[in-house]
Design a protein around this ligand. Sequence first.
Ligand SMILES: [Zn+2]
Length: 377
Amino acid sequence: MCAHKPLSTVEVRRQNRNRVYRQLTSLWEPITKQELAARLSMSLPTLSQNLNELAEMGLIDRSVTTSSTGGRRPRLIQPLADARFAVGAEVTSSDLRMAAVNLRQETVAYQKWDLPFSNTEAYGTELAQRIERFLDENRLDREKLLGVGVTLPGIIGPDQSTIEYAPTMGVHTSVSCRFTRAIPYPTRLDNDANCGGFGEWWNRPAQQSMAYLSLSRGVGGALLVEGELYDGVSHRAAEFGHLCLHPGGRLCECGRQGCLEAYCSSARLSDDLGISLETFFQRLDQGDEQCRSVWHNYLEDLATGVTTIHTILDCPVMIGGSVSQFLPPFRTQLESRIRELDPLSGQADFLIFCPGSSRSVCIGAATRFLYDFVSRL
Ligand SMILES: [Zn+2]
């Protein structure tokens, strides 16, 4: 066993500063120095030094005073949500979504365009130009930009510059990513479901571990284990969409048969029937026979998938993606089926429906930069 090396003075100072900042951002409310010192059990001189450092970095404001009666009015310390921001860019085969997200995970700007994808430098130039226009039009200060998280529905190589597999984007074998090079800011390429899951997880500080199952056209997921995104040895962890549900069953986009995605893609409820998701659920509500039968099978397959994920991981399972907004009325039905399928625990209280929106994935892509910034602060 190796002995713990004593921390360097610099590292101790960094850790203290980090504690102060996290305490402030757990509240996002103005607070007096005395109260902050008490909450942190930190001496006033040490706290003052840390606050000076945070102020120099532009992360806090100390100009406001309390409205206390008489005497010297103590100053209030307040973290500044807009001190930094990150951009998330979600790329799909047909469109591009962009969000700017601040340190409080508030979306300060959002835009969507129709833009057919191609893994080319021409597309990359177009993307880089749209990022610049997005920053200009929304008056975002480039000095405060931490980076651009680019996300797409596919498996990204460990070097973050290879798209290993993205069938909906027309990528079936590993190719070098050609469209992020023109972006003049720190950039990271990421899987869409990982981003969606990460963004939701960061919203829930109490949730240390969870599995995220994304039900959209593609079915994917993310795995957060004790405060970290678990990516797997070859960056393929939590590809829940390709759990085999029915050997020899429906053909999946991945070329195999019987995958969860082949049964629980949103396409089952929309494109395959030539209608929109909204129309599907309207018709279901009106008692349409065909929709009822499709939905019965869908819920059955979803319950099986969720039970498998929970059996392996034993943690809360959050369902996101475009289908999740329609699930709440069916909670009881889904939970009772899960209980039948899982005699071990006989419980289904681990299920969380994530309200999510069409913005969740690009918000999540930006969140990864914010998280790194706060972790290293
Ligand atoms: Zn598959």
